[in-house]
Design a protein around this ligand. Structure first.
Ligand code: THU
Length: 138
């Protein structure tokens, strides 16, 4: 299902991510990003990037979605899939910080990147190999 980038299973996630992207607050970069997560309880949770006049405070769409999902009950192991959408030619992969944030909730996770024209499917474990996890804290 989520191993096929063209699967209709992605549609609710893509719709939610595009809708969230419409609300992105990106007056500095003008780079609007939407993200959506599917949780094990079947919930689709979206996020957009939120920039600030104090530039380093910018929050990525993926971590915005992740925070909202945690607030509605997401726990480690509960992430099923994630979508990231932008309206530019080069598909946008999650930044390093977002990869690490996602790993906390799913070691293995399909990550669909999309623009208006195309899609590309990756896996989080390929995007962030040898990641630091709670197991390293023992
Ligand atoms: N951004 C995201 O929201 N997600 C990504 O995966 C990459 C970058 C945002 C952060 C900032 O608001 C803008 O895109 C430019 O870096």
């Amino acid at each position: 299902m989520f191993d096929d980038p063209q699967s209709p299973a992605w549609t609710p996630l893509l719709n939610a991510a595009w809708k969230a992207r419409d609300h992105a607050h990106a007056p500095y970069s003008h780079f609007l990003v939407g993200a959506a997560l599917l949780t094990a309880s079947g919930e689709v949770v979206a996020g957009c990037n939120v920039e600030n006049a104090a530039y380093p405070l910018a929050l990525c769409a993926e971590r915005g979605a992740l925070s909202a999902a945690v607030a509605s009950g997401l726990r480690p192991g509960g992430l099923v899939a994630v979508v990231v959408v932008t309206d530019v030619e080069a598909l946008t992969p999650p930044c390093g910080a977002c990869r690490q944030a996602l790993v906390e909730f799913a070691g293995t996770l399909p990550v669909l990147l999309a623009n208006r024209r195309t899609r590309e499917l990756h896996r989080l474990e390929d995007l962030l190999p040898h990641s630091f996890t709670s197991g390293h804290l023992r």
